[in-house]
Design a protein around this ligand. Structure first.
Ligand SMILES: [Zn+2]
Ligand SMILES: [Zn+2]
Ligand SMILES: [Zn+2]
Ligand SMILES: [Zn+2]
Ligand SMILES: [Zn+2]
Ligand SMILES: [Zn+2]
Length: 626
């Protein structure tokens, strides 16, 4: 199995490396010495030096690009490097751009020297500049005005002197900017300078990181790692070296970058690293405290795996990588945030603020990371909470006044809310249905007896008996037909109607007499008889008798005029006394006044009584027979 893996690995490596090897093998040009590339360099001149090894072209901005097409090796014994620019043309001369284009240039002397304004890049990413002379030399020497390195690998092989060797070296009075690339100093430094160097990026490997020197002229190197530098230094001995006589020393100013070295800094001659080196940023594997100004923040992060330091703007980024259980030692500064459950030791000599909490000087605490930017809450209280669930600042809500959001009615519940002035928590609550308040309409409700005002719930108010006005007859009653009347309530207008009964009968007797043989009367339309009385008869002679002839007479009622049948009056001269009508007989009596006639009068009385009695019987009999 292991063997199979090895074979597979070899195969993979072959696939990866063969094209490069083929490329290198087929396209390496050996030259006995370097060549000067300047703005007036012709392609012919290049080809005469190393046929097909490079092209040159002018760019629209006036710069010239030299693009390598083959690997170039300066033969053993070569003494002059490949140069760019012309020192005599001054600092405003056109920039020369060297594109390694994936090719390797190597020499046992200085490989590339800049005399003007040079930019080195590597469009393929595999380009290299290799010095392997082992002496006090370098792969790239900046002796001109400006050098910018954007990419490529720069190697100083076999060197072991911090004093003279480096992958890249800059002379006094030069400006060098490193934006990228890999610089391998091996036993020497990755970069040395007598001039000004700004390192924005790149990887620097070697026994030493970067070296800032003092030139014989007295000029000193100045290396700056800006705040946002992405440079990474891996140094076997120390990251920084300064050189000088104690008065004029090279300086190094670090505001950013990552520095992996067992020691921060060393010196050559009489330089004083603690003075010449200023650290205000960056991250470190060694303690940079000696170079950090007192007010600048710095921390140590100790985890199971490793110990790291960070300064200034890199402090918080390093602190953020801590895991629960790690320790952050604060060496300087006063405020920091750390992840949850990190132990913070305060060695600043002052109280510090960690995650918003105070840690007193010379003490340590394991802190939570409470989110103090937002409150957590339940219905009763609010608090700040750590991601681990730990709570702090627990307090009851501080309620504002209730605000009604929905008014209650007599039929519907309402709603109100109030808000915590601290955390903004809102509580809503029901407003119960309102107690019923009767509202009596203005319209009267009525029944036959009363009127009242009524609420929608049915409750009655102002109930009172109708205040009747007078009856008004709307239909008169007769003795045969019912009538109708009505009266109205003066308050509510209610109308009541009532029947008027048929009128009682009042007899109206006709003035004309009705009669039968016995009686006479006045009669009503209903048949009732009034003034019923027996006839009061008197004789009426219709014709006086004579001696020769009989007369005629009849009885007639003096009231109603009823007449009985006529009877004969005998002729005069007969002995038969004339009978007188009954009614005339009493009338004769008082006129006599003569006692001699008393017997006659009594006899007549007796006769008349007999006749009267008989008449009354007859009259009663007649009445009954009708
Ligand atoms: Zn926590
Ligand atoms: Zn609250
Ligand atoms: Zn009501
Ligand atoms: Zn009424
Ligand atoms: Zn009548
Ligand atoms: Zn009569």
């Amino acid at each position: 199995m292991k063997r199979l893996l090895s074979i597979l690995l070899c195969a993979v490596m072959l696939v990866v490396t063969v094209p490069t090897m083929v490329f290198a093998a087929d396209t390496t040009v050996e030259v006995s010495n370097g060549m000067a590339f300047r703005s007036d360099t012709t392609q012919d001149a290049i080809d005469q030096w190393a046929a097909g090894a490079a092209t040159i072209q002018e760019n629209s901005d006036g710069s010239f690009t030299v693009t390598l097409q083959k690997n170039i090796t300066l033969k053993q014994g070569a003494t002059s490097p490949i140069t760019f620019g012309n020192f005599q043309d001054g600092k405003t001369q056109p920039a020369m751009i060297l594109d390694l284009n994936g090719c390797t240039v190597s020499a046992k002397t200085i490989v590339i020297a800049n005399y003007g304004n040079l930019v080195i890049r590597d469009s393929q990413g595999t380009g290299k500049v290799v010095y392997d002379g082992g002496q006090y030399m370098t792969a790239v020497q900046n002796s001109g005005y400006s050098l910018t390195v954007q990419g490529g690998t720069f190697e100083c092989v076999g060197a072991d002197s911090v004093t003279y060797n480096a992958a890249i070296n800059a002379a006094a009075g030069t400006e060098t900017v490193i934006d990228g690339g890999t610089f391998n100093g091996n036993g020497a430094g990755a970069l040395t300078t007598y001039g000004n160097v700004t390192i924005n990026g790149g990887t620097f490997n070697g026994a030493y990181g970067v070296v800032s020197k003092k030139a014989g002229s007295g000029e000193t190197g100045s290396i700056t790692f800006p705040e946002n530098s992405t440079a990474v230094i891996h140094a076997d001995k120390m990251a920084f070296v300064v050189h000088g006589d104690g008065t004029n020393n090279g300086t190094i100013d670090v505001k950013g970058g990552s520095f992996d070295a067992p020691s921060i800094a060393g010196k050559l001659s009489s330089a004083d690293p603690k003075t010449d080196i200023t650290i205000a940023g960056g991250s470190y594997t060694a303690d940079p405290s000696d170079y950090v100004a007192g007010e600048t923040a710095s921390i140590k992060h100790t985890s199971e795996q490793k110990t790291l330091y960070a300064v200034g703007g890199d402090v918080q980024a390093l602190a953020n990588t801590a895991k629960p259980g790690d320790t952050i030692t604060v060496l300087s500064g006063n405020t920091i945030t750390v992840p949850d459950r990190v132990t913070v030791e305060n060695q600043t000599g002052n109280d510090i603020s960690v995650n918003g909490e105070t840690i007193e000087k010379d003490s340590a605490a394991t802190v939570h990371k409470f989110d103090r930017t937002s409150w957590k809450s339940d219905k009763d209280s609010h608090w700040h909470e750590c991601e681990c669930g730990e709570k702090t600042d627990i307090a009851a809500h501080t309620w504002g006044d209730w605000t009604v959001t929905q008014q209650a009615t007599e039929t519907e519940k309402g709603e109100k809310k109030r808000t915590c002035s601290a955390c903004g928590y809102e509580e809503t609550a029901e407003i119960p249905v309102l107690a019923h308040t009767h509202k009596f309409g203005t319209e009267w409700k009525t029944d036959k007896d009363n009127h009242w005002h009524e609420c929608v719930c049915g409750e009655k108010a102002d109930i009172a008996a109708h205040a009747w006005g007078d009856w008004t007859v709307t239909q008169q009653a007769t003795e045969t037909e019912k009538g109708e009347k009505k009266h109205t309530c003066s308050v509510c207008g209610y109308e009541e109607t009532a029947e008027i009964p048929v009128l009682t009968h009042t007899h109206k007797f006709d003035t004309a007499w009705k009669s039968d043989s016995e009686n006479h009367w006045n009669e009503c339309a209903c048949g009732e008889k009034g003034n019923l009385a027996a006839h009061t008869m008197k004789w009426v002679v219709d014709r006086e008798p004579t001696a020769a002839q009989t007369g005629s007479k009849h009885e007639e009622c003096t009231v109603c005029g009823y007449q009985k049948a006529a009877v004969e009056i005998p002729v005069i001269g007969t002995t038969t006394p004339e009978e007188k009508p009954d009614s005339e007989k009493p009338a004769d009596v008082p006129q006599t006044g003569d006692g001699s006639n008393m017997l006659v009068w009594i006899a007549a009385m007796m006769m008349a009584g007999t006749v009267l009695t008989g008449t009354a019987l007859c009259a009663r009999k007649g009445k009954h027979s009708r």
